[in-house]
Design a protein around this ligand. Sequence first.
Ligand SMILES: [Zn+2]
Length: 116
Amino acid sequence: MKKEIGIVAYKCKKCGKLHYPFHDRCLACKHREFETVRPQGKAKLLTWTRIYNLPWGFDQRYLTIGVVEFENGVKAMGQIQADESYDLKIGQMLEPAWETVRVQYGENVYGLSLHV
Ligand SMILES: [Zn+2]
């Protein structure tokens, strides 16, 4: 069974602006009331980078990190599952999943994983 994406964004009840992560007051209109919104649909790649100098504890050689926008407007950062030879393009659609992105001290760490 697929896990639900464990990200909750906050939509301003006054102006509709989406916030993730949470802000005390709306960045657009300063309102203080929000409703929670889950990311929906596929994820469009907005920008990405590859990190080679990983901290101790990682057993892979590099990570590919991207910022995506879901079909309902929620933006989030996640780990892209693409190797070095894959030609990532800004604007391409990725398949989001909530799954183990690394193992730390023997425990699975769940996070946003993006498949090409
Ligand atoms: Zn607002």
